[in-house]
Design a protein around this ligand. Structure first.
Ligand SMILES: Cc1cc2nc3c(=O)[nH]c(=O)nc-3n(C[C@H](O)[C@H](O)[C@H](O)COP(=O)(O)OP(=O)(O)OC[C@H]3O[C@@H](n4cnc5c(N)ncnc54)[C@H](O)[C@@H]3O)c2cc1C
Length: 359
């Protein structure tokens, strides 16, 4: 049985561990003291099946069944609406087609989203089959099946050295422990290039971009539980209900070094101002804010498969803004490739995800 070391305990690393553990001796090494501390603990937790380029859409489609049914399912109904003001008709039509949204009347939009400002918003489009993902449950489900199949998940294990040996890899953590494996899986999120370089391999240009979120109070008496996820045309901001309040993102995308990210006040203020134009409810109180890193490969598709220079080093990176919704299919592909099985995904999608496309 091969020994597989996985670096990273976010959704990418934990889903990979669950898929591999029945067939390999798996150890996950996570640098933080808990799983999902970075991007995987900071998402908007949506399943938007038309969000992303064609390769991402193929992964979304191939993940839907798992999200709906595995372990009782992790999805709950939400709906997605896009809104636009006059003068943005072309972008509204293009985004609606890309996201698979149907135009609706302003009356329909206002009944779905009572804070809609009819003085400023003139166009709306909607689809019902957008869902909330219980991201915590999804990770716990994957972690439970990984452990049940014998995987070891080690937290507080920051990898500081990676050494190629005659057969396999030796990895050293900050506390001086060593772990050996035949194969290495790089699921280090924003640190994916750093980990590759630590292993003596070429970085692929996986760039972290910061995305911020503000949690704001709504006027008393409003209960947003059934409101949809609402997107400003051109992804200029978005919001969704969150336990009686709203989370609003400026949909920012500032390139930044890998780090424990936090929100910039000015970015939040500008994003909230864009949101404010679309609604009648005043923004009075920010309850909390945070930011996370969405890490993209240059072509914005995930990077899944063996490294071009080193066949025993596997990339499971570049999840960008889609790491949860794509995780079931992405982890399945990673396991198929590590275990040398014919991938369940079609050949053109597999090729579009292959790290060798950058060689
Ligand atoms: C604001 C925001 C909104 C989002 N909304 C959505 C959404 O609605 N739907 C969706 O599907 N996705 C969404 N995403 C994207 C999603 O959150 C990410 O794609 C996903 O969490 C990435 O998972 P990951 O496991 O690759 O990275 P991470 O969760 O960052 O995990 C990588 C882990 O590797 C560890 N690590 C790094 N280096 C080392 C090392 N040397 N040693 C040991 N451990 C190491 C880190 O500590 C980290 O825990 C959103 C992201 C953000 C920021």
């Amino acid at each position: 049985m091969s020994r597989v070391l996985i670096i990273g305990g976010g959704i990418a690393g934990i889903s990979a561990a669950a898929r591999l553990a029945p067939h390999a001796d798996v150890t996950v090494l996570e640098g933080e003291d808990s799983l999902a501390y970075h991007a995987s603990g900071r998402s908007a937790a949506m399943f938007l099946r038309n969000y992303g380029n064609a390769t991402i859409k193929a992964l979304n489609a191939a993940s839907a069944d798992h999200h709906h049914h595995a372990d009782g399912g992790v999805l709950s109904p939400r709906g997605m609406m896009m809104v636009a003001s006059a003068g943005h008709e072309e972008a509204f039509r293009a985004d609606s087609a890309d996201l698979g949204l149907d135009a609706i009347t302003m009356d329909q939009a206002a009944s779905l989203w009572p804070i809609l400002n009819r003085d400023t918003i003139t166009h709306a489009a909607y689809r019902e089959d957008a869902q909330d993902i219980d991201t915590d449950l999804l990770i716990q489900n994957f972690a439970r099946s990984a452990r049940a199949a014998g995987a070891q998940i080690v937290t507080g294990a920051r990898v500081t050295g990676i050494e190629r040996m005659a057969t396999g890899w030796r990895v050293t953590t900050a506390d001086g422990q060593t772990h050996e494996g035949d194969l290495l899986v790089n699921a280090a999120g924003a640190w994916a290039d750093t980990v590759a370089q630590m292993a003596g391999l070429t970085a692929l240009g996986i760039q972290p971009y910061r995305r911020s979120m503000a949690r704001i109070a709504l006027p008393q008496g409003m209960s947003p539980a059934d409101w949809p996820f609402v997107d400003g045309v051109g992804e200029s901001w978005y919001c969704k209900p969150d336990a009686g309040a709203l989370i609003v993102s400026p949909a920012d995308e500032d390139p930044i070094e890998p780090q424990d990210a936090w929100a910039d006040d000015m970015v939040l203020a500008e994003g909230l101002a864009r949101y404010q134009e679309a609604v009648t409810a005043p923004v009075t109180r920010m309850l909390a804010n945070w930011a996370g890193l969405r890490s993209f490969a240059p072509d914005r598709a995930l990077v899944i498969g063996a490294d071009a220079e080193e066949a025993s080093f596997f990339w499971c990176a570049g999840q960008g803004g889609y790491g949860f919704q794509t995780a079931p299919a992405a982890s399945q592909l990673l396991a198929d490739l590590v275990l040398d099985r014919t991938p369940a995904l079609d050949a053109s999608t597999v090729a579009a995800l292959d790290p060798k496309r950058f060689a």
